[in-house]
Design a protein around this ligand. Structure first.
Ligand SMILES: [Zn+2]
Length: 307
């Protein structure tokens, strides 16, 4: 086998990851391409794997090493093979999968499937938090939520505001190319909140294009350049083309895949959407990338997922 595994199809996948041991071996290859070191002494000299304890005992210091220790898979009571199928399905379907579907596909309770997907989204979010948008960025806000009475469109509704940033590459005499995106559900759209969003997701020095809303000018005091194009009579999608295309795709993701979603968990769905968008040109590598993200995310108690 050998990492990386590029996801091809279900048949290929099930022919490859046939047992718990094979999944574990693969996980170890991805986690330690140079071989697993003993967590205690750092040497790489082990007795054969202990079946019952799912561990490798170090020949030097006798420490029992578990390959999943310190990862998202540790102590979840869910076999690795189930996790692998879940990761494959999540990476195989470009729009994401529902907990109900996963629970039926791998034969676990709905709550277990929900917690697995929630953990996978946490791993996606952690991955996303490692980098910032650079150079040219559009920033805008949108509103997500079930329509309520007295709802006005746009600003001033009681839906959840979501801040959106999309980077792009300007090209001479050609259409600009959209790059990466960031999303954050917020309580409301104030100067402070917008500034905090921009400072944590955009590199200082970037040129930020907005629709000229009054909450944005403050960004210039913080090292960003403001490319302010007032809306005037022009339509919003002419001013912020990348953000608006992104928002309309996000809307169909929310309506199509999740048929609307609960506000408490909104951010994790947003994290999944931007994770997928930001890797849209690397879908073949997604299984490996997701697996790696899960290996680098520490275990989380169920209570942390519902927060
Ligand atoms: Zn050791």
């Amino acid at each position: 086998m050998g990492a990386p595994y590029s996801s091809k199809n279900l048949i290929d996948f099930f022919k490859t990851f046939t047992t718990e041991e094979i999944c574990e071996k693969y996980l170890m290859e991805v986690r330690w391409p140079e071989g697993m070191p003993c967590l205690q002494c750092g040497k790489k000299n082990f007795y054969p794997r202990l079946k019952k304890r799912r561990a490798y005992q170090c020949k030097e210091c006798r420490f029992f090493n578990r390959p999943t220790a310190g990862t998202l898979f540790h102590r979840t009571h869910t076999p690795l093979q189930h996790w692998f199928v879940a990761l494959f399905l999540v990476s195989f379907d470009k729009r994401g999968i529902l907990a109900l579907f996963l629970s039926k596909a791998i034969g676990v309770h709905y709550e277990t499937a929900w917690a697995m997907l929630s953990r996978i989204r946490r791993a996606m979010a952690k991955r996303e938090s490692l980098y910032q948008l650079q150079d040219y960025v559009e920033v805008d806000e949108m509103f997500i939520g079930a329509p309520s009475e007295n709802t006005k469109r746009g600003r001033g509704t009681d839906k959840t505001p979501v801040l959106v940033a999309v980077s792009y590459t300007p090209l001479e005499n050609q259409e600009e190319i959209p790059g990466f995106a960031k999303l954050r559900a917020v309580d409301n759209v104030t100067e402070d909140i917008v500034l905090k969003f921009i400072k944590s997701h955009v590199e200082v020095g970037a040129i930020i294009r907005t629709d000229g809303l009054s909450v944005y000018p403050a960004i210039e005091k913080h090292g960003f350049k403001h490319d302010r194009e007032p809306l005037k009579k022009r339509k919003a999608h002419h001013v912020l083309p990348h953000v608006h295309t992104f928002i309309s795709n996000l809307r169909s993701f929310v309506q199509g895949t999740y048929h609307g979603l609960s506000e408490i968990h909104l951010q994790q769905y947003l994290d999944e959407f931007s994770y997928r968008f930001n890797r849209r040109h690397r879908r073949d590598e997604m299984f490996d990338r997701l697996l790696r993200a899960c290996l680098e995310t520490t275990e989380m108690p169920f209570s942390a997922l519902t927060r």
